[in-house]
Write a protein that binds this ligand. Structure first.
Ligand code: ATP
Length: 381
C-alpha cells in the first residue's frame, strides 16, 4: 500500500504503513494538523514516516540535479563549452625607445581596449588534439594561428590528454594595428585555464602569453594601461571618460615587422616622440579633451608616409567633429574619438556609405571597454 501518494508516493513507492489503513492515516494526519493530543502516538509515527520521505526526496533531488549537471557539463564541475569575447585595442600613444640586441623593440605605449571584439567558442572534446575553424578563409587554421598556439602552449605544459575545438569568428580587422591575433590568444589562454582547471593566475597567464606575442599580456589585462619594455611591463591607469570610438581601416594591410624596421632606419628628433608622461597626467585628471590633445604615434611617420589615405581618414573624422584622430599601432587602422554620439553616427555613415566610403574598407562604431563595468556596445560592421 502506498501511504503518502498525495505527497510522497512517487518516491516511497510502496513503503508499508504497518497496520494503518490509508483512510486511518489520512484521518490521523488531518487530526494531527489540528494539533489533537489524543492521537499523539500516531502523530509521531506519521512524522517519522514523513521525515524519511522528505530525506529520501531531498536525496533524489540532489542526485537528479547532479545528473543534469553531468549531462550538461560532462561531469560534475567540468566545463564542456566556453563562449568568450576577445576585445581589440587602440594605442592612444605609442613611442619606440630603441631596439634591443635580441631584435625586440623597447616601447612605451598607452593602451586602451575597445568594444569591438572577436567571438571565440571553446569546446572540450573526447578526441585528443586541437582543432580550429574561423570565418575568414585567409586566416591559418593551424599552429600559425595565435589562438591555436595559445592552446597548444598550455596543452603541452600541462600534458592535457583531452581535445579542444576552437571556433573563432573574427570582427577585429586583420593586420590592422588592433592586436587582433594577440587578443584571440589571450582569450584562449584564459579559457583553457578555466576549462581544464589549471588554476593559473592572470599574472602566470601573462608570463606565458608574452612568449607568443608582446601585446598578449596587455590583452589579458585589458582596460587603460601603460605598456613598457617589449609590452610585458604593465601599469594599470585610471579609466578615461567614456566616448564614441570610430574605427576605419583602409583596404591595405601592413606588416608590423616591416614598419618597425623602417622606423629603425629613421632619424628621430626629440620632438618626434609623443609626450606620454603628459598624457598619463591628463588621464589621471580624467580630461578626455586633454588626453586627445596628447595623441602621438611614432610609427605613423612610417605608415602614413607611405599611405596618404591614413591622413585623409583622420582629416575627415576631425571635420565630422572628432575630438582627435590618429593611427593605431603600426596601422593602417585610424580611430577618432567623439563626445557627441550623433556626430559619431554621422561620421560613421559618411565613411561607410557617403563621400568617405572610398577611403575605408571596414568601419566600426564602438566605445572604450573598461574593466569593472562593461560599457562596450555591440560592434557595428
Ligand atoms: P598588432 O596590433 O599586435 O601588431 P595586428 O592587428 O597588426 O597586430 P593581427 O590582426 O594580429 O595584426 O594579424 C597579424 C598576422 O597574424 C596576420 O598576418 C595573420 O595571418 C596572423 N594571425 C595569426 N593568428 C591570427 C588571429 N587569430 N587573428 C588575426 N590574425 C592572425
Amino acid at each position: 500500500m502506498d501511504c503518502f501518494n498525495h505527497c510522497t508516493g512517487r518516491f516511497l513507492g510502496g513503503v508499508p504503513c504497518s497496520g494503518l489503513s490509508e483512510k486511518a492515516v489520512r484521518g490521523v494526519h488531518s487530526l494531527s494538523l489540528r494539533g489533537d493530543v489524543q492521537i499523539k502516538g500516531h502523530f509521531l509515527y506519521i512524522l517519522h514516516i514523513e521525515n524519511r520521505a522528505i530525506l529520501l526526496y531531498t536525496m533524489l533531488c540532489i542526485i537528479k540535479t547532479a545528473a543534469g549537471t553531468i549531462k550538461k557539463k560532462g561531469a560534475v564541475g567540468m566545463i564542456a563549452h566556453l563562449r568568450l569575447k576577445a576585445y581589440g585595442k587602440i594605442n592612444l600613444a605609442l613611442d619606440v625607445l630603441g631596439r634591443k640586441p635580441d631584435g625586440y623593440h623597447e616601447v612605451r605605449m598607452v593602451m586602451q581596449t575597445v568594444g569591438l571584439h572577436d567571438r571565440i567558442d571553446l569546446y572540450r572534446t573526447r578526441e585528443p588534439g586541437i582543432r580550429l575553424e574561423t570565418n575568414l578563409f585567409y586566416l591559418p587554421d593551424n599552429e600559425q594561428n595565435l589562438a591555436y598556439r595559445a592552446a597548444a602552449l598550455l596543452f603541452e605544459e600541462f600534458g592535457i590528454k583531452e581535445g579542444l575545438s576552437i571556433r573563432l569568428r573574427k570582427f577585429i580587422p586583420v593586420s590592422a594595428g588592433m592586436a587582433g591575433g594577440s587578443t584571440d590568444a589571450a582569450a584562449v589562454l584564459y579559457g583553457v585555464n578555466r576549462m581544464f582547471g589549471l588554476e593559473l593566475t592572470l599574472q602566470e597567464l601573462m608570463e606565458r602569453g608574452v612568449k607568443l606575442g608582446a601585446d598578449i599580456p596587455y590583452c589579458i589585462m585589458r582596460g587603460t594601461a601603460l605598456s613598457e619594455g617589449i609590452g610585458e611591463k604593465l601599469t594599470r591607469l585610471p579609466a578615461i571618460p567614456q566616448c564614441q570610438v570610430l574605427i576605419a581601416k583602409p583596404g591595405i594591410s601592413v606588416s608590423t615587422k616591416t614598419v618597425y624596421e623602417s622606423l629603425d632606419a629613421m632619424d628621430l628628433k626629440p620632438e618626434d616622440h609623443p609626450d606620454i608622461d603628459g598624457m598619463i597626467e591628463e588621464i589621471r585628471k580624467k580630461d578626455l579633451y586633454a588626453v586627445a590633445g596628447k595623441f602621438g604615434n611614432v610609427l605613423e611617420r612610417v605608415t602614413a608616409g607611405r599611405y596618404p589615405v591614413i591622413g585623409q581618414i583622420e582629416d575627415l573624422m576631425k571635420e565630422q567633429g572628432a575630438v582627435n584622430a590618429m593611427m593605431s599601432g603600426s596601422g593602417p587602422t585610424v580611430f577618432g574619438l567623439f563626445t557627441n554620439p550623433a556626430a559619431a553616427r554621422k561620421a560613421y555613415q559618411v565613411l561607410r556609405y557617403g563621400e568617405g566610403s572610398g577611403l575605408a574598407k571596414q568601419v566600426y562604431l564602438t566605445n572604450f571597454f573598461n574593466i569593472g563595468k562593461s560599457t562596450a556596445g555591440r560592434p557595428r560592421r
